[in-house]
Design a protein around this ligand. Structure first.
Ligand code: ASP
Length: 325
C-alpha cells in the first residue's frame, strides 16, 4: 500500500492576474499545512478516516477557505454550514447540514457516523446532537470574515437574485476592490473544502465541508453533505470529494457516478472521474472540480474551472500544492 492524501479548497474563477503573489504564497502555505496534518496521521499508520478528518479540521479553521471560519454568507447575512464524512471500509457515513454554531462541522459529521444510529442530521437537531457529543460550539460571528462580508454585499448589490460560488466572488472582490460592480457570472463561483485518503491498511475515506454559496437562500443545502453527490467512499472503488455548483452535482449524483462507472463498467478512476467532470456535469451546466483516490492509490484532481486549490501528499515524499490549470 502507498498511503496518500489528496485535498481541495474549492474551485472557481481564480486567475493569476487577479491574485497577488503574496496571496498566492499564503494559499500554498495553507494547503501545505493541511496536507502535513493528514500525512502525519498516515505516516503514523493511522486510518484514512482520521487523516481526512485532520485535514478538513485544518481547512475549516483556516479563514482562506469557505468552510468553518471564513464560511460565506447566506442572503440573510448568516452562516449555514454543511459537512459529511464516509468510511470506505464499512460504508458508514455521517452528515450534517444547516448548522450555525458548531465550530468544526466535520467533527459533528464524524460523531454522527460513529455515535448515532442515524446518518444525517440537520439544523437545530444537528446542533443539539453536537452538544451531547461535547463538540465545541461558537457564536455565529466566529465564522465571519470581512472578506466574505464584502463578497456578500457586492453580490447583493450587483446580482441580488444570484447565489455565487465562493472563489469567483473572491476573485472579483480582489481584482476590483474599489471599482464599480461588474456583473457576476453566477456560473463561476465555488468554494468548499475536502479530503480523500488511502491508508496503509488499504482503506479509503472521504470528507467534505462547506459554507455553501454566497447569497444562497436560507435553508438551501448543497451537494457536500449529500452522500453520493459531493462525498462518497467505498473500498471497492474509490473515495471522492467535490466542489462546485452543488445543485448539478446533486442532480448527477456525481461522486457515486464515478464509483458506479468503475464498478459496473470497469473504468479506471481517471476515466470515470473525467467522464463525470467533463461530460456529465457540463451537460447540465455543472462547474467545479473534484478529488478522488482509488484502492491502489491512483489519484485524480480534475476541474472544469480556471483553478482549484488542491494538493496531495504520499508518505515518504514532499507534498505538492497547486492552484491554476
Ligand atoms: N458545492 C458547494 C455547494 O454547492 C459549493 C462549492 O463547492 O463552492 O454548497
Amino acid at each position: 500500500m502507498h498511503p496518500v492524501i489528496v485535498i481541495h479548497g474549492g474551485a472557481g474563477a481564480m486567475t493569476r492576474s487577479a491574485m497577488s503573489a503574496e496571496k498566492e504564497r499564503e494559499y500554498h502555505a495553507a494547503l501545505r499545512l493541511v496536507l502535513q496534518a493528514g500525512l502525519a496521521v498516515l505516516e503514523a499508520g493511522g486510518s484514512a478516516v482520521d487523516a481526512v478528518t485532520a485535514a478538513v479540521v485544518e481547512l475549516e479553521d483556516c479563514p482562506l477557505f469557505n468552510a468553518g471560519r471564513g464560511a460565506v454568507f447566506t442572503s440573510d447575512a448568516t452562516h449555514e454550514l454543511d459537512a459529511a464524512i464516509m468510511d470506505g471500509a464499512s460504508l458508514r457515513t455521517g452528515a450534517i447540514a444547516n448548522v450555525h454554531h458548531i465550530r468544526n462541522p466535520i467533527l459533528a459529521a464524524r460523531s454522527v457516523m460513529q455515535n448515532s444510529r442515524h446518518v444525517f442530521f440537520v439544523g437545530e437537531g444537528a446542533e443539539r446532537f453536537a452538544r451531547t457529543q461535547g463538540l465545541e460550539m461558537v457564536e455565529e460571528s466566529y465564522f465571519s470574515t470581512p472578506e466574505r462580508h464584502a463578497q456578500l454585499l457586492r453580490v447583493q448589490r450587483d446580482t441580488p437574485d444570484a447565489a455565487v460560488l465562493d472563489h469567483d466572488g473572491q476573485a472579483i472582490v480582489e481584482s476590483q476592490p474599489a471599482a464599480p460592480a461588474h456583473p457576476l457570472d453566477i456560473d463561476k463561483k465555488f468554494g468548499t473544502v475536502g479530503a480523500v485518503a488511502l491508508d496503509a491498511h488499504g482503506n479509503l475515506a472521504a470528507a467534505t465541508s462547506t459554507g455553501g454559496i454566497t447569497n444562497k437562500q436560507v435553508g438551501r443545502v448543497g451537494d457536500a453533505p449529500i452522500i453520493g453527490a459531493g462525498t462518497y467512499a467505498s473500498n471497492e472503488t474509490c473515495a471522492v470529494s467535490a466542489t462546485g455548483t452543488g445543485e448539478m452535482y446533486i442532480r448527477k449524483v456525481a461522486a457515486y457516478d464515478i464509483a458506479a462507472r468503475m464498478r459496473y463498467t470497469g473504468a479506471t478512476l481517471e476515466q470515470a472521474a473525467h467522464a463525470v467532470m467533463f461530460e456529465e456535469l457540463p451537460s447540465i451546466g455543472g462547474k467545479g472540480g473534484l478529488i478522488a483516490v482509488d484502492a491502489q492509490g491512483n489519484i485524480t484532481l480534475p476541474f472544469n474551472t480556471e483553478g482549484m486549490y488542491r494538493g496531495y501528499a504520499r508518505v515518504g515524499s514532499d507534498p505538492v500544492t497547486e492552484i491554476y490549470r
